[in-house]
Design a protein around this ligand. Structure first.
Ligand SMILES: [Zn+2]
Length: 479
C-alpha cells in the first residue's frame, strides 16, 4: 500500500454546496488527494473524530495591513504567526505606497519572501495619478486587485504608508484621491478584468463634520461615528457603483459597518448585478462591526467608525441574507501606546489588530449563537474570497485543492488575551472576552502550522500567490 503524507481520519468536512460530509481526508504533496473512507497509510494521522470538531478550509483574510509600523520582512513573520493562530492560511496584504510601483514593488515582493508562515497575496492601492499607469505592471507581478481610498482627500488625506523593507522609519504622506483617479482606476481595472476594492467614505462630509465636532469639544467613539456619518458611506458607494456600472467593472466594497452602507450596496446591485451588465458589487464586513458599538472605548477607533446596536443587528442580517460576501479583518498591526495618541479620539490612530480573531468571533457569535451555519461561515471566511480574488487552489476542501485545512472545536471556550494572538500588536478589542469555538489545528498545504494555539509552522513556508486576471482564470474558480 502506498503511504501518503497525511490522513485526517473521521473528519466532518464542511462543504457549502453539500453540507457536512463525514469522511477521511487524504493529503499528499500539499494537496487534498481524496475524500474517502478507503484505508490508506499515512506518515501523519490526525484523529478528527471528536464530536463538535469540524474541518473547514483555511480562512482567507482579504484585508490585512502590515508593513506599516514594522517593515514587511519582520511584519510578515509576526502577523502571519497571528494568522496561523487564528486559522487563517492565506492573508492578503493591502499594499500602500506613496511612490512608483515600478521603483518599489519588487523590493516589497522580495522582502516578503522567506518570512511568511502562511500563504499571502497582494492588493495594490492606487494613491496617486501615476499608479493608474502602473496597474498593468502590477498584474504582471500577480496582483489583480486595486484599492481606492475615497476617504483620503484634502485636509483629511494624511495617512501612514507602508515603510521600506528593513527600515524602521515611519512614512506619513498626504493622499488626494480625485474623481479622475477613481474613474481611471475603475476603468483600467475593468479593462484588465481586475477587481477594484473601495474604501467608500465621502471626504467632504467627513472633513466638514470632523471639524465641527472638534470645535465643539466632543470626544469618544460616538463623536467619531457622528463625525464620519453613515450618510457619507452611502453617498460614496452610490457614486462609485455608478461609475462601475458604466464600465462593466467589478467592485469590492471593503468594511461595511452601517445600515446605510448596506442599503447603498443593495441599491447598486439592483441596478448593476443583472445579466445585461458585467458590473458586480461585492461587499465585505469585519468582525468588529458584528461585535462592537460606539459604546466601546478608544481602542475601537477605526474607519469607518463603529456604529450603533441597530447597525450591528443590520450587519448580522446582511451576513445571514448573503448581502455580505466576505469577512476581512482590516487588521492593523499597531501597538497600543501609539494607537492612543494623546488620549482623545481625534489624535488616536485608526485601526487595530484582528486577523487572529476572525474565526473565533464568527464561530462564537455566529455559529454557536445559531445565527449562521458552518457552511455559511466557510463561504464568508474562505470560499468567496478565493473566488472573487482568484486564489487558485484555495477556499475549499476538495480533491485537487491545496490542503489548507483548519480543525475548529466548537466546544472550546477561551478568554481572549493579546499574548495568545502572537501579533506585533500588544492589545485586542476582544481582550477579556470569552469566545466559544476556536481553531485547534491549522494545516497549510499539508503541513501542520498551528496546534492548540501553538505555532509550529516555519518562517518562509508561506508562499506568494501570484494571481491572474478573471479572463484568464480556470473555470473552477469562476463557477
Ligand atoms: Zn483597511
Amino acid at each position: 500500500m502506498t503511504v501518503v503524507d497525511m490522513l485526517i481520519r473521521d473528519a466532518k468536512v464542511v462543504i457549502p454546496s453539500i453540507g457536512i460530509v463525514e469522511t477521511n481526508v487524504v493529503v499528499d504533496d500539499g494537496k487534498v488527494r481524496a475524500l474517502s473512507n478507503d484505508r490508506v497509510d499515512a506518515d501523519i494521522v490526525i484523529d478528527a473524530s471528536r464530536p463538535r470538531l469540524y474541518a473547514i478550509p483555511g480562512a482567507i483574510d482579504p484585508h490585512v495591513h502590515y508593513g506599516v509600523f514594522t517593515p514587511i520582512d519582520r511584519a510578515a513573520e509576526t502577523e502571519s504567526r497571528s494568522a496561523a493562530v487564528g486559522g487563517v492560511t492565506t492573508m492578503m496584504r493591502m499594499l500602500r505606497l506613496y511612490a512608483s510601483y515600478r521603483d518599489k514593488l519588487d523590493m516589497h515582493l522580495e522582502a516578503s519572501k522567506g518570512s511568511h508562515i502562511v500563504d499571502y497575496a497582494y492588493h495594490a492601492s492606487v494613491l496617486m495619478d501615476e499608479h493608474t499607469e502602473e496597474m498593468e505592471s502590477c498584474v504582471s507581478r500577480g496582483i489583480t486587485s486595486f484599492k481606492l481610498y475615497m476617504n483620503l482627500k484634502g485636509d483629511i488625506g494624511s495617512i501612514y504608508m507602508d515603510i521600506d523593507p528593513y527600515s524602521s522609519d515611519l512614512v506619513h504622506d498626504r493622499v488626494d484621491t480625485t474623481e479622475r483617479m477613481i474613474e481611471a482606476t475603475i476603468a483600467r481595472a475593468a479593462s484588465l478584468s481586475c477587481t477594484t476594492l473601495v474604501h467608500a467614505e465621502d471626504p467632504e462630509i467627513c472633513s466638514r463634520e470632523m471639524k465641527k465636532a472638534r470645535e465643539q469639544g466632543f470626544d469618544g467613539l460616538k463623536a467619531w461615528s457622528d463625525a464620519r456619518p453613515a450618510e457619507s458611506e452611502y453617498k460614496a458607494i452610490a457614486f462609485v457603483t455608478d461609475i462601475a456600472r458604466r464600465y462593466g467593472a467589478e467592485l469590492y466594497i471593503v468594511h461595511l459597518g452601517s445600515s446605510l452602507a448596506i442599503d447603498a450596496v443593495r441599491n447598486a446591485r439592483r441596478g448593476g448585478n443583472s445579466s445585461s451588465s458585467s458590473s458586480r458589487v461585492y461587499a465585505e464586513t469585519c468582525p468588529h462591526y458584528l461585535t462592537h458599538t460606539y459604546e466601546f472605548d478608544i481602542r475601537g477607533k477605526v474607519v469607518p467608525p463603529l456604529r450603533s446596536k441597530d447597525d450591528v443587528a443590520r450587519i448580522w442580517d446582511a451576513i445571514i441574507n448573503s448581502i455580505i460576501d466576505c469577512i476581512g479583518s482590516d487588521h492593523v498591526a499597531n501597538r497600543l501606546d501609539m494607537k492612543l495618541g494623546s488620549g482623545d479620539v481625534w489624535t488616536a490612530l485608526a485601526g487595530f489588530p484582528g486577523i487572529a480573531t476572525i474565526l473565533p468571533v464568527m464561530l462564537s457569535e455566529g455559529v454557536n449563537k445559531g445565527r449562521i451555519t458552518l457552511e455559511r461561515l466557510v463561504e464568508l471566511t474562505s470560499l468567496n474570497a478565493a473566488r472573487i480574488f482568484g486564489l487558485e487552489g484555495k477556499g475549499s476542501i476538495a480533491v485537487g485543492s491545496d490542503a489548507d485545512i483548519v480543525l475548529v472545536d466548537l466546544d472550546k471556550e477561551q478568554r481572549v488575551r493579546p499574548e495568545m494572538l502572537c501579533s506585533y500588536s500588544d492589545y485586542t478589542i476582544y481582550d477579556g472576552m470569552v469566545l466559544k469555538g476556536w481553531p485547534v489545528c491549522t494545516i497549510l498545504r499539508g503541513r501542520v502550522i498551528m496546534e492548540d494555539g501553538r505555532v509550529v509552522g516555519e518562517r518562509g513556508y508561506g508562499k506568494y500567490i501570484r494571481r491572474t486576471p478573471r479572463a484568464q482564470r480556470s473555470q473552477r474558480l469562476i463557477d
